[in-house]
Design a protein around this ligand. Structure first.
Ligand code: SAM
Length: 250
């Protein structure tokens, strides 16, 4: 069933009513050609999802009646933030689209010493808007309960300072010989917040790796092969899903 994410302010559980506004109105009316009586799923910002029936349509809003709350759990038990070294071209779009399907909670694009791409403030704002739209569409397609948030572009220093806000901060480092994801997962409980930092195409410098350790990051290997930057986050997310959802966190 088609799924839409709605702002909390447009959800009125006491009246069993949800109002859909914005771009989704055109999607409902013009793309899906929905009419009064059509059912779809609406999810609010708390992750509560409801089967809803269209009751009324106006030019700029669709009025829906909540019929049933879905008691499904689609989210990873670990809240994972992917800090992605800004890659070239449209690779960030792929990381966000596939990373959303795989369950990422937040994306933090960052620049570091080997970042090639330069974005001015205007371009950055446009990119973040586009990435947010990609995350929303991927969350709808993959039946997520939440749309991952896309944070503004962080500097290396800002990324280092983020580590203290997490239960575990991991730095994926291709020269790491000892630290494994498995070992890091052993430190986590359901609900833990994890930051996983992936370097850009040129990787992290040795100085950056040392700095990251000083700020509390743990260096981890993602296996014996060197992954492209856009593959690394998806590997990490897949491992988390396998460990917690397939193996039950063992
Ligand atoms: N320039 C580096 C080289 O040639 O060895 C490779 C950098 S890699 C393309 C980009 C990023 O992906 C790295 O900074 C790291 O965060 C991550 N990565 C790729 N393969 C990895 C691995 N086997 N273990 C840990 N991290 C890896």
């Amino acid at each position: 069933m088609q799924r839409y994410f709605v702002d909390q302010k447009n959800v009125a559980p006491d009246r069993q009513e949800i109002i859909i506004v914005g771009d989704d109105v055109a999607h409902i009316t013009k793309v899906m050609r929905s009419t009064v009586g059509t059912r779809f799923i609406c999810c609010d910002e708390q992750g509560s999802c409801y089967v809803c029936k269209v009751e009324g349509m106006e030019k700029d809003k669709v009025i829906c009646r909540m019929e049933e709350q879905l008691l499904e759990s689609r989210e990873l038990p670990i809240k994972i933030t992917i800090a992605q070294g800004l890659p070239k071209g449209d690779k960030m779009e792929m990381v966000i689209q596939k990373g959303t399907e795989l369950g990422a909670h937040v994306f933090v694009p960052f620049t570091s010493s080997r970042t090639v791409v330069q974005l001015d403030a205007k371009k950055e704002q446009k990119r973040v808007e586009r990435w947010s739209k990609i995350a929303k569409e991927a969350a709808e397609q993959s039946h997520r309960q939440f749309v991952p948030s896309i944070q503004p572009l962080h500097s290396w220093k800002q990324l280092l300072n983020l580590a203290k806000e997490y239960d575990v901060a991991l730095l994926a480092y291709e020269n790491e010989q000892a630290g494994t994801l498995h070992e890091a997962f052993g430190r986590l409980q359901a609900g833990s917040r994890v930051l996983l930092a992936i370097g850009p195409e040129g990787g992290f410098s040795e100085l950056e790796v040392r700095e990251a350790m000083e700020y509390g990051f743990l260096s981890v290997s993602l296996g014996k092969r060197i992954l492209r930057t856009e593959t690394a986050a998806l590997y990490g997310l897949s491992c988390i899903s396998y460990y917690y959802e397939q193996l039950g966190g063992r």
